[in-house]
Design a protein around this ligand. Sequence first.
Ligand code: FEO
Ligand code: CA
Ligand code: CA
Ligand code: CA
Length: 632
Amino acid sequence: MNEFDNPIVNTLFDPQNTLETKTDRRFFLKSSAALLAVMSPGLGMAQSTKSIWGGAKPFNFESVSLAQASDGIAIPKGYRWAIVAAWGDPINGKFPVISYDVINTPEQQAKQFGMHHDGCAFFPEQGSSTKGLWVVNHEYTDDGLLHPDGMKTWNADKVRKSQAAHGVTVAHIQRESSGAWQVVSGPNTRRITAYTPCAISGPAAGSIYMQTVADPKGKLALGTLNNCANGVTPWGTYLTCEENINGYFVKKGKASKEEQRIGINAKGFGYRWEEFDERFNADLTPNEPNRFGWVVEIDPRDPDQAPIKRTALGRFKHEGAQVTLAKDGRVVVYMGDDQRGEYVYRYVSKFPYKPNQPEHNRTLLDEGTLFVAQFSDSGEGRWIPLVHGQNGLSKENGFPDQAYVLIEARLAADYLKATPLDRPEWVAVHPKTNDVYLALTNNNQRGKEFPVNAANPRINNLMGHIVRWKPRGQDAASDRFDWEIFVLAGDPDNTDPNQKGNIQGDVYGSPDGLWFDQRGILWTQTDISSGALGKGAYSRITNNMMFAADPVSREFRRFLIGPNGCEVTGVDLTPDYKTMFVNIQHPGESPSERSNPDKPKAFSDWPDRKLFSRPRSATIAIWREDGKPVGS
Ligand code: FEO
Ligand code: CA
Ligand code: CA
Ligand code: CA
């Protein structure tokens, strides 16, 4: 999602001291030659190490040109697409149907796909590429579209419906002979909403910061919120990530240091839930916000199991959770905290993953260590543990215990002098080399609140960039890595040095979704805010898009352009690569980000055109007319 009017909250950041820690000053070598090398892809270190970033060019299709942008889906020649499921479609394939005048009740919405599809994953039924579970996040709601009169009147039912349109859907889908996919009924169908009971587990569960009057044990939260991107574990569960949770809470009294650091204030984002649901009134229920901002594990094949909030992975504005394994089998999860000047984190489990031992694997995200990254100007990087009692995270310094360190991960990371980044979004891990790629979508405060450094080299970084690193010894559990800038996004023809990109191939900006398929194609999706599209540095870019990128040649090739005002986010492939699933979020988003219910189609009428009165977020399936694998 865009940040509405999310102010910067990393005010404890100390520009004088960011590139040093109390524990190891020698780590940061200030070498100008090294600085130039990491900032300049194709030069110096980047060129000499080219061959170690992957294999042969992984993709082959005809690029989609910028001129093909329209209020529709543009994909390469020889490809087809169709809707799989849009906001309001019934999750069991039949009832309740979305009402053409949007009069569905909260109870009906809870049996339909939610709004604003984001991260997602296909869980094949016994390895099938034609049948499986579709799991999709519903990040937030545009209440201007959700209710017939938008937010002109307000009541408890509207709050309940908005809450029901949030969360996650698990639905059975299957492919038809045409290549299109249908939602069908099945045993695992379910909706998880902003009021579904969720277990709280790990070191912060039950702590004093988690206890509320409604839940004195601090172990059962109601609902999951602002589910942005995702992850998939080797043991077959889905991770959904709670991002801009602050915006749902309102605190009229003076916000504490902790509330300020996550961005809780008197305004919120205008969801108005606090008017009818006390949980979101942070004056009355000050611990409730601590129960959101987590990575939540869902077993899509067990509809009776409650989602589990895994506190060992820390609390912040979680973008996604990319899972990989260390050399010794321990589970490693990479996680961005998407806000200007925030950090990238890594979790390493204490014990290794053991195939076919589901009971054991269920504990892996409860016992382990959370780390935050520091990027030195010389191209080295390291992970610093967020462990109470280490590196000054002590009671005397304001960190009473490990539960506090995890709940206030941002404050702990500030203390440890982590590197503030240009909005860390998705992380992707190369399937063969274990190299890690991180999308830094943009930061218009770089050079103001946050000084430039080698990892964030552009003032007023409107176009964003992608950083990548090699864990030392190719081991994801190593505490050291070597990084470089993979690409500076932006039009290479732009004359402004801070907006000019060095993209090889097709132009884009604001990379957000980032995902490797098993063939080594780096799929990249953009999230340019609707207020920026087609203007200024984005004058040639009118719609959000998706690319295939080659880690070796660094070529980006445009694969898809989405409808007007949408964001393209979330992607997966069937095991045979013959169907790709992509989410189109908020088509027709207005620059104010809440639609006018009287003119809901002012910016887009995708996908229903005249059939339905409002644009709808949707999952689409893409396949090739010749039936061959997508992208290759
Ligand atoms: Fe929900 Fe950072 O995008
Ligand atoms: Ca979005
Ligand atoms: Ca995103
Ligand atoms: Ca984004």
